[in-house]
Write a protein that binds this ligand. Sequence first.
Ligand code: NI
Length: 177
Amino acid sequence: MIREVLKMGDPRLLAKAEKVLRFATPELAALLVDMRDTMAHLNGAGLAAPQIGVSLRVVIFGVHGNPRYPQVEEVPDTVLVNPILTPLSEELEEGWEGCLSVPGLRGSVPRFRRIRYAGFDEQGRSIERTAEGFHARVVQHECDHLDGILYPMRIRDFSRFGYIETLFADCEAPPED
Ligand code: NI
């Protein structure tokens, strides 16, 4: 079922989400159906459970030749529960981000360029990967939602924060997580 996405200003987006304690449950499966439906409906690159008002450490993401973002690197479709992120170097990279909870805006956000991420899928199977570039950015953005952090809180250069149609009047806008 497509759920309403909470918007910035809603205090539920600022809460630290709880760990999932039981895997392979009907409740977790139902949550993921709703998250996938909602993300697909809004053409998002990712979605975190707190964005639909569920305070659990669950994120989904994935980008595949989205016709809206032909220039964007592919990211594997992933369900990540109880994620742990580890930067693989101190190197930061600025890049454009959007968020379904901050509609209509884009901002340039510094993120670690290379990370390792670990966690579980909905069945409790272990996931461990390294990622860089846009893939690493999407994971960092989604996992921030689990700690109540929205991307505008990480912007350093506010001259690169604004409305999509103004910032990208002459080019393709980057995707929205
Ligand atoms: Ni977001």
